[in-house]
Each structure stands twice: as C-alpha cells, then as structure tokens.
Design a protein around this ligand. Structure first.
Ligand code: ATP
Ligand code: MG
Length: 420
C-alpha cells in the first residue's frame, strides 16, 4: 500500500533535518519570548468558513472535511491562525491582559494538486503575535521570519510587503476594481473571470500575462487607503529600513485569506519553481472579535517546512550518525550481564545498539561494521566464565579485557575516540 497522494512518509534519515529545524527555532523563540502552542488538528468546519472566508481557494476547494460518527462537521486544519484564534478565545488567554506571543509547528491539510513544494499534508511553522496594534509588532514578526531564514543561511529570497488597508477601504476599492476589470472581462483568464464577482482582489495576484497587462492601468489599492492605514504601513517600512532588512513594496500583493488587514507580506524565492512563496503572513485585527472574542489586534505568519527543507537541503547532513558502541551478548548469563553493561554506557551518555539477532559472533561483528560502530563490547562464554568484558575496536581490531567495575572509567577515558 502506498501513502495517500500528496502525503509523504518522513523517514529516519530525514528526521534529523526536521529535528534540527525544531531545535533551532525553539532556541530563537525562547530568546524572544514566544511560547509554543499545540492545537488540535481537527476543528469544526465552521471555524475555517467563518475566518478564512467563503470565496477563498481554501474554503472553496481545498478543505478536508467530513462528518464524524456523531454527524458533526469536522475539518482537518488547513492552516494555523484560525485554530490559535479559537484557542485564544476558548482558553480566555486575553484575561491576563498581556500580549500573547505564540509559535507552532505542525501538519496542515489542503486538497491541492501535488507537485514539488506542494503537498496535501504539509507542515507549517508559524507565529502569532496577539494583542498589539503597534507597527513594531508587524516589524518584529517580519524580523523573526527573516532571522529564521538567516539561521539556515539562506540568502536568495525577497521580502515583499504591502498594505491592504481595512475592510471599509477594501470594499470601496473592490467596487472600483470590478468596474475597471468588467470592461475587459472577455480578455481575462478563466480564473480571474470567476473571481470578478466573488473575490476580485485575488485577481491582482494573477500570473496570467494578459491579465497582468490589463491590471497595469487598474486603479491602485493604495489610492483608497486613508491616513491610519498609510501611516501604519509607513511606520512598518521605516522600522524595516532601520533594521536594514531588505524588502520591496509590492502593491499588488494580496493574501489568499480574508482575515488580513493593513500589513500583508510574503517571502519569495526563485529557487522553488512555481511554488515561490516560502512564508506568508500579515495583520489580522478583526479575526478574534469576529470569532466571538474581544477586539484583539494581531499579526503573524507561516513558513512552509517542506519548501524550507528544499532550500536548505544542500547544507544538511542526511546521513545517519555513526554508532558508538555495539553490544554483543551470547547466552542467557551473558545477556543478563549485558543489562549491566548497557546501564553503564547510558550513564556515560554514549550511544549504543544492543544486538538482537542472536546470530553467531562473526555475523554480529559484521553487523556492527555495517552500522559503522566504533567499538564492540562482547560478552560470550569466556567472558561470562571469568567475569570480564571484551572491548573490540573495529578500526584496528585491537581488543582489551575489562572488568565490569572498571568499564565506566574505561568508557569515560575513551569517550573522545568513541564519539569522533
Ligand atoms: P501558495 O500560493 O503557494 O498556494 P498560500 O498563499 O496558499 O501559498 P499560505 O496559506 O500563505 O500559502 O501558507 C503559508 C506557507 O505555507 C506558504 O508560503 C507555503 O510555504 C506553505 N504552503 C501552503 N500550502 C502548501 C502546500 N500545499 N504544500 C506545501 N507547503 C504549502
Ligand atoms: Mg495555496
């Protein structure tokens, strides 16, 4: 049986990369006081419909939804922000009046056409800064996204940023944009034609050349923004400039989710083919209130881990780490002694593998070689009889007899050789 289309097994030889990402971002988040949160993968379908927006790709065609045994409408989460907003409200996290800085890493599910960097089960690392309307909150989250890419030594990427204003400003603009595009309706690509009535802003994002040309003279969103929106954006840009974080203003950038306002941003790279966006985010000041919580201005982003991994793959080490000690025990008495040996190895914090094949000594030594073990600790008949352990170094075949009581000192003394 194969895994489902668009899903992947993450095998032991790849796990080190995933752990490396987790450990490095965790260190960063500890320093800047972001706390990890883990919300359920299953949520009520309604949560996503009410937050992401009915005329978006995710809600229209990408959700994994089903009815459970109790006839409830359930969806496998397609993204993290809606769930975290729900958790924030359900757990009354606003009660302490403080700003909540949260991060998450976990699987998301979208029914899309699988291709390089696009899966049906994929993973996002994301942060949500909940409770501040300040432009420095926007700047801080963008700074952290940038920092993470720097930690993984990436440099071929561009931060694009835009202000999409508030919902009132956008409504006004949508009407004007629709008016303009309707004149060229027959020349628009099929997707854009459909979006004209449902979600005209998304047309700005079209990759179709002819549509792009038509958009060239379209009314600009920026002309419909009022002082507060413009000022907020201006502040964010100024702070980014002060931080010397390179960015470009893309006034056609809109996001695929409805809940954003003011700042929208994406980090793009030309190294992922069509899947050029590695990080997407923005400000969402109304979402929490819209879901029944208090007014709570917030801002966040999500990075796609599979895309991040493609970018950092070349620097990563895919090999399974070499083994330090291979433990071989022959016969029941020897096996009992092996438990004592293992306890000592563990105390020394050295990695080991206990042979479970019970095959002959030659085969077991072969196996140790295959696993690239540095040393074998052997307990066979002679060893049991005279109460010692044989340490055999695989590199040169040297052997030593060691008493159990001396084993700890021996291993500690040779730790350097074992581990390097
Ligand atoms: P795209 O335009 O590529 O479909 P999106 O706008 O739908 O992206 P977001 O919802 O903003 O993506 O999600 C943030 C990030 O999550 C993306 O930039 C990408 O890195 C990653 N991502 C989104 N969908 C997928 C997917 N199906 N497979 C792998 N990664 C994904
Ligand atoms: Mg998408």
């Amino acid at each position: 049986m194969q895994s489902l289309r668009g899903t992947k097994d993450i095998l032991p030889n790849e796990i080190a990369n995933w752990q490396d990402i987790y450990i490095k971002v965790q260190q960063l988040f500890n320093i800047c006081n972001y706390y990890e949160i883990r919300t359920p993968i299953l949520e009520q379908t309604d949560l996503f419909c009410r937050s992401i927006g009915n005329d978006t790709d995710i809600i229209n065609k990408e959700m994994y939804s089903f009815k459970d045994q109790g006839k409830r409408n359930i969806t496998l989460r397609p993204e993290g922000t809606a769930s975290i907003a729900r958790a924030y409200i359900a757990n009354k996290m606003y009660k302490n009046g403080k700003i909540s800085k949260l991060w998450y890493l976990g699987p998301m599910f979208r029914y899309e056409r699988p291709q390089k960097g696009r899966q049906r089960q994929f993973h996002q690392l994301g942060i949500e800064c909940i409770g501040s309307s300040s432009p420095i909150a926007d700047t801080e989250v963008i700074r952290i996204a940038n920092k993470i890419l720097q930690i993984f030594c990436l440099n071929n990427y561009t931060i694009e940023i835009n202000s999409i204003g508030n919902s009132k400003e956008r409504e006004k603009y949508k009407e004007k944009l629709k008016e303009y595009l309707n004149q060229y309706k027959k020349d628009l690509d099929e997707d854009s034609k459909k979006r004209l009535d449902t979600n005209p802003l998304r047309i700005l994002d079209s990759k179709n050349l002819q549509t792009k040309q038509i958009l060239y003279d379209a009314p600009k969103l920026k002309s419909y923004l009022e002082f507060t929106s413009l000022n907020h954006f201006d502040q964010v840009c100024k702070h980014l400039t002060y931080l010397e974080i390179p960015y470009i203003v893309n006034n056609k950038l809109v996001r695929g989710l409805d809940y954003y306002n003011y700042t929208a941003f994406e980090i793009k790279t030309d190294q992922l083919g069509a899947q050029e966006t590695i990080c997407g985010g923005g400000r969402y000041d109304e979402l929490i209130e819209q879901l029944g919580g208090p007014m709570t201005p917030s801002v966040g982003w999500a990075i796609g881990i599979e895309r991040l991994l493609i970018l950092i793959k070349s620097q990563l080490n895919n090999q399974i780490k070499p083994l330090n000690i291979y433990v071989i025990a022959k016969g029941i008495e020897a096996q009992k002694q092996a438990w004592n040996v293992i306890r000592i190895i563990e105390e020394c914090q050295i990695n080991f593998n206990l042979d479970l094949t019970e095959s002959n000594l030659i085969k077991q030594l072969k196996q140790a070689n295959l696993l690239k073990a540095r040393m074998c600790l052997i307990i066979a008949e002679e060893e049991t009889k005279y109460n010692y352990i044989t340490a055999k170094w695989l590199k040169n075949g040297n052997q030593e007899k060691i008493e159990l009581s001396y084993l700890k000192a021996y291993l500690n003394a040779h730790k350097y050789l074992l581990k390097n």
